[in-house]
Design a binder for this molecule. Structure first.
Ligand SMILES: Nc1ncnc2c1ncn2[C@@H]1O[C@H](COP(=O)(O)OP(=O)(O)OP(=O)(O)O)[C@@H](O)[C@H]1O
Length: 312
């Protein structure tokens, strides 16, 4: 039987006037996955999230969240109660304390009184804000406000979380705390749909990445995206690079290609674990003085620019 994702879209589309912003989006996100949704400004990420969270209607196609049809009015009510949404500009009541802000929103979601108090206490303690629970949110730092905003969208215990730019505008320490918090939420088994422009963050947090501009250009785990585009490469640093040494490497039948970068050879191989010993032996036999051998690491930024066709 095919595995049905907790988020499924089939040709999901949305236009504003004559402009199509989301164009036949097809994706399937399994339960418990952290899915990174990457794309340039105006790619249609927020529009996609708004459709999946039932804030706007699709112009075409279908989508289900937790098995519920987002285009069906009755199902949409239930979807809203099963998802948590952190928007790019989460509004909090500045004059109310963190505790009162959370109580206010929890009641909107009809969370039973005792359960609400327990959940507020749990999250404020987890986020290190319990001692400051009675301070007005207006006096909170940006990072503290963001943590309250994330806690707010968890009060009704949603299975699926849509986080739109959760660390945008936060300093490195606050971003780190929010990222740790997202990892905790993953451990709780929630499915997290993460829109971010921070590629390093996506690389660290996400099980899979979808690179999107109107439709999905590529989707896979960060490591497979890198391997698919670049294969595995070994960097061999030599005391001296000579044409003989380059030709020796090229002549090895397990070598897929060689690039010379100063005193380094960038060698493409299928499996460094099994090919490196032979490569090192061949180079030494040809007179090479090897200083370092390591695996070349590609960043998600390399992948993103490659897929977007941006020259670096
Ligand atoms: N309600 C609306 N009416 C008209 N156009 C809209 C509306 N909402 C979004 N758009 C347009 O749709 C396009 C995609 O916007 P969207 O906010 O989904 O992009 P995004 O990928 O989230 O961008 P960013 O990374 O900048 O947040 C933009 O050109 C935007 O102007």
């Amino acid at each position: 039987m095919p595995v049905i994702g907790v988020i499924e879209t089939k040709d999901l589309s949305r236009s504003f006037g004559s402009v199509t912003v989301v164009d036949h989006l097809n994706m399937s996100i399994p339960s418990g996955e952290v899915f990174g949704f990457l794309g340039p400004n105006g790619a249609g990420k927020t529009t996609t999230v708004r459709m999946l969270a039932c804030l706007i209607k699709p112009s075409g196609g279908t989508a289900t969240v937790d098995g519920l049809d987002v285009t069906d009015e009755k199902d949409a009510m239930q979807v809203r109660s099963r998802v948590g949404l952190l928007t790019e500009t989460p509004g909090l009541y500045d004059t109310l304390s963190a505790y009162k802000n959370l109580r206010f929103y929890g009641r909107l979601y009809d969370v039973p009184e005792q359960r609400l108090n327990d959940r507020i206490e749990y999250y404020l303690k987890l986020l290190g804000l319990w001692e400051k629970r009675d301070q007005a949110v207006g006096g909170y730092s940006k990072g503290m406000r963001q943590k309250i905003a994330i806690a707010r969208c968890l009060l009704h215990d949603p299975k699926v979380l849509f986080l739109d730019e959760p660390t945008s505008g936060l300093d490195p320490e606050a971003s780190h705390l929010v990222r740790d918090f997202i990892s905790e939420l993953k451990k709780e088994g929630r499915t997290i749909f993460l829109c971010t422009h921070n590629l390093d963050e996506a690389d660290r947090l996400c099980d899979r990445i979808g690179i999107f501009r109107g439709h999905l250009l590529s989707v896979d785990s960060p490591s497979r995206l890198k391997d698919k585009l670049y294969g595995r490469q070994v960097v061999v640093k030599l005391k001296e690079v000579t044409p003989t040494l380059v030709n020796t490497v090229k002549a090895q039948n397990y070598v897929g290609g060689v690039e010379v970068n100063g005193k380094e050879l960038l060698v493409r191989v299928n499996s460094p674990e099994s090919d490196n010993p032979a490569l090192v032996r061949a180079l030494v036999a040809a007179g090479a003085d090897i200083q370092f051998v390591s695996e070349a690491s590609r960043s998600l930024e390399d992948v993103y620019f490659n897929i977007m066709g941006v020259k670096q």
